[in-house]
Design a protein around this ligand. Structure first.
Ligand code: SF4
Ligand code: SF4
Length: 418
């Protein structure tokens, strides 16, 4: 039987009551922020603008105002009238501190998203991937798994359960491990999200040979395309991907977006390996031409089990050994940096990565291991509680692993090291 934890539901209604007459600002103008804006709009709450300090965010984003923290506090903030929702989980503790330093009171003047939206959901339309990226333990071990696609009916039921349990959900990620565009019904998944006024994001390698038209015309909220090099370099690190296929799909994406005036935000996610900075600049120029966002991040080894193997001197696949030679910050260095924030709480307890067979990953940072066999038969709160009490999480935090990918996500590192 599903335990829905009534106290969470009361918290939601209290939150609605509190937000009712406020001018609401969303701190974090990325995809989570866009999703929460949808929640506010569908509940007739007053969204005013975004706050974001990232140099990657323009003054206006998604056709809405976006203020830097300085401008916001100097010209926009009005005590008792303004209310901030911090939409980024990764930088939640830092932003909370900034708000407190400005004299704001948590719960009265601002919330962290986790106060009202308990969980994040990644739904994998398929567990199969067409590529074997050299840093991805999931991709290079794909032959060990039986391919499985989620059906449209199952997806609809899943979404219904999520919304019943967690009414503040603004965005669903239609990806996890595997290439979502390989599910032939992915366009229907997107349309179901749109019909329910839920934002949806797709992270894809876009190096697929099939026609992408119907997926793009379904109009997901955002699409992220992961790349790691230009031309031949791309094919080395995105192993199995064809540069010409990727490039022509990028142009096709632009053509479809313009022709049909789609609102979808398109983002290139550039995974930066050593000696690839020139490739990144080429992508920046391409993105300017195509009007896509270009976001760099350091490439690193994907999955904590592989990171753990490396740190303990255990054997790893050859692809991972190659990736180790090519990443800017070694696994050891990244771990060293992660240990500096070891005392921070884990941000991954609340992330539900639901596979195409409905099993739930024990943790989004690991490619193997499940916490529940069927998400339809257990509540997200119960899953979180199992994780919190587990020995696996205890050991992970003792080793500072829970901060490993937070360290990788730290954008400024790119400028320091390249
Ligand atoms: S990183 Fe993504 S695209 Fe690459 S192999 Fe892994 S799942 Fe596939
Ligand atoms: S403590 Fe480690 S294993 Fe547990 S949820 Fe966090 S990152 Fe995952």
């Amino acid at each position: 039987m599903i335990n829905n934890q009534n106290h969470d539901t009361i918290k939601f209604s209290e939150a609605f009551q509190q937000l009712k007459d406020k001018n609401i600002y969303l701190w974090g103008a990325r995809n989570a922020g866009l999703g929460i804006k949808k929640v506010l709009v569908r509940n007739n709450l007053k969204f005013v603008g975004y706050i974001d300090s990232s140099p990657l965010v323009n003054e206006d984003i998604y056709h809405e105002r976006c203020y830097t923290p300085d401008v916001f506090f100097n010209s926009q903030y009005e005590k008792h009238k303004s209310f901030i929702i911090i939409t980024t989980r990764s930088f939640g503790p830092e932003i909370t501190q900034i708000c407190k330093n400005a004299g704001l009171i948590e719960g009265e003047d601002f919330y962290n998203l986790s106060t009202i939206q308990k969980f994040e959901y990644l739904i994998q339309p398929t567990n199969y991937c067409n590529l074997s990226c050299i840093s991805c333990s999931f991709g290079i071990t794909k032959s060990l798994r039986k391919p499985c696609n989620m059906s449209v009916k199952t997806f609809g039921q899943l979404l219904k359960k999520i919304l019943a349990e967690d009414p503040f959900v603004g965005t669903i990620d239609l990806f996890g491990l595997g290439e979502p565009l390989l599910n032939p019904d992915i366009d229907k998944f997107i349309r179901i999200c749109n019909e329910n006024n839920i934002g949806c994001g797709i992270s894809t390698n876009l190096a697929i040979s099939g026609d992408i038209t119907k997926t793009i015309l379904a109009e997901p909220t955002w699409i992220r395309i992961s790349v790691s090099g230009w031309g031949d370099n791309y094919e080395i690190t995105h192993q199995g991907g064809k540069w010409t296929t990727l490039y022509s799909n990028l142009l096709k994406l632009k053509e479809l977006k313009d022709k049909h005036q789609l609102s979808t935000t398109i983002e290139i996610f550039f995974l930066l390996y050593k000696n690839r900075i020139q490739d990144y600049y080429k992508f920046r120029i391409l993105c300017e031409k195509l009007n896509f966002v270009c976001r760099p991040i350091h490439a690193n080894i994907l999955s904590l089990e592989m990171v753990d193997n490396i740190l303990r001197g255990k054997e790893v696949p050859n692809e991972i050994k190659t990736a180790q030679q090519m990443i800017v910050n070694s696994v050891e260095k990244t771990h060293e940096l992660a240990l500096e924030s070891k005392s921070f709480p884990c941000e991954y307890y609340s992330i539900m990565r639901i596979s195409s067979d409905l099993s739930v990953a024990f943790c989004n940072c690991y490619s193997e291991g499940i916490v529940a066999e069927n998400f339809m038969k257990i509540s997200a709160s119960e899953i979180e509680s199992i994780r919190r009490k587990s020995i696996k999480c205890k050991k992970c935090m003792e080793r500072g692993y829970h901060r490993y990918y937070q360290t990788v996500f730290d954008e400024p590192l790119i400028d320091h090291n390249e």
